[in-house]
Design a protein around this ligand. Structure first.
Ligand code: PMP
Length: 325
């Protein structure tokens, strides 16, 4: 299993010569500064066209999960989009660890961070702006409270009419700043049921992915998940595949359509922040008859919890109304 650890923890002292700030700081074009002082011009192509790219990992108990995998994926996206961040992957890992170390003291007990690298193309032909990309490394507390009911009840999935942009248009394997395809889909679904999450079909009618999550189905004890041409290669998707194979569970990366979804025994979503979260239903067809999570989902969730040494399910459930952290 690739690297799961990092150096920064809540108990570790902040880097030498560093003043602990009382607001989050970010790394912006080579400098550490208060997050609220990071400024990007409205002339930036990232603002104008969504011409940017990012990657995001999360911490568990204050430690970054699979940072190298996220950095490697970010650099693949950068290559695809012909971006040069001017910083090597090894240096970007060091910067990311440093940003976390400088912000870790601001994290509440039992909270964790999203930690992201971002780039925008910058401006062109503007006399007062350098023609250079803007590069940012930042972190933000996870929305654990907002997601708590999903872990209690499972996620209601609806498939919108909008299809996931195919690789012929723009590769879904690149994690760009332009999420409009999935935002339009999410808006359609939320207008039907504000509690539902969109999982888009691809242009062939197969399940693709949601705005920030990959999908898995379970049938007869085997896993089925869309192959990579039409979806982002989620790091949590890959983690689940590795955990499943280690547990002797067969994983099929293949086309799966709504027939497969409606006849599945279980379904779950994976993402950096959710890790694994059970799906309650897809377009009204439920998976909750035997209780949620289903047997295989539970087994994989337990394995994930063991791997990351953090009970992310309990971390969410503690935030339900009436519970205390
Ligand atoms: N698909 C899309 C479109 C996403 O934005 C994300 C979130 N990065 C995922 C899938 C899940 O990927 P990961 O497990 O790396 O968070």
């Amino acid at each position: 299993m690739p690297d799961t650890a990092t150096t920064a923890t809540r108990s570790k002292p902040a880097p030498a010569n560093q003043q602990l700030a009382n607001q989050r700081v970010a790394w912006f074009n080579g400098k550490i500064m208060p997050e609220s002082e990071v400024r990007i011009s409205f002339r930036d192509r990232g603002v104008k066209y969504g011409d940017g790219a990012f990657d995001t990992t999360r911490t568990f108990n204050g430690r970054i999960f699979r940072l190298k995998d996220h950095i490697d994926r970010w650099y693949r996206t950068l290559k695809y989009l012909r971006f040069d961040p001017g910083v090597s992957p090894a240096e970007m890992m060091r910067i990311t660890e440093d940003v976390l170390a400088r912000n870790i003291h601001l994290l509440d007990k039992d909270d964790d961070y999203w930690v992201s690298q971002r780039i925008t193309r910058g401006a062109e032909g503007i006399e007062y702006l350098p023609e250079a990309p803007n590069v940012i490394v930042e972190c933000l507390p996870l929305p654990l409270k907002a997601r708590a009911t999903q872990f209690r009840d499972g996620i209601k999935v609806l498939t919108p009419s909008v299809r996931r942009a195919p690789p012929e248009v723009i590769s879904p394997r690149a994690k760009t700043h332009n999420y409009l395809n999935m935002i339009v889909a999410e808006q359609e679904v939320k207008s039907i049921d504000p509690t539902a999450w969109a999982v888009l079909l691809d242009v062939n009618g197969n399940l693709a992915e949601g705005i920030g999550a990959n999908i898995f189905l379970v049938r007869d004890g085997q896993l089925f998940t869309p192959r990579l041409n039409y979806v982002l290669a989620g790091i949590s998707r890959q983690t689940v595949i590795e955990l499943a194979r280690a547990a002797g569970i067969v994983v099929n990366e293949t086309d799966i359509d709504l027939y497969d979804a409606y006849t599945a025994d279980e379904a779950f979503l994976t993402s950096t922040s959710l890790c694994i979260c059970p799906v309650r239903s897809i377009n009204g067809t439920g998976f909750d008859k035997g209780g949620l999570p289903g047997k295989v989902t539970k087994r994989l969730t337990d394995a994930y919890i063991k791997l990351v040494d953090c009970d992310f399910v309990a971390q969410h459930l503690r935030r339900l109304p009436g519970k205390s952290v």
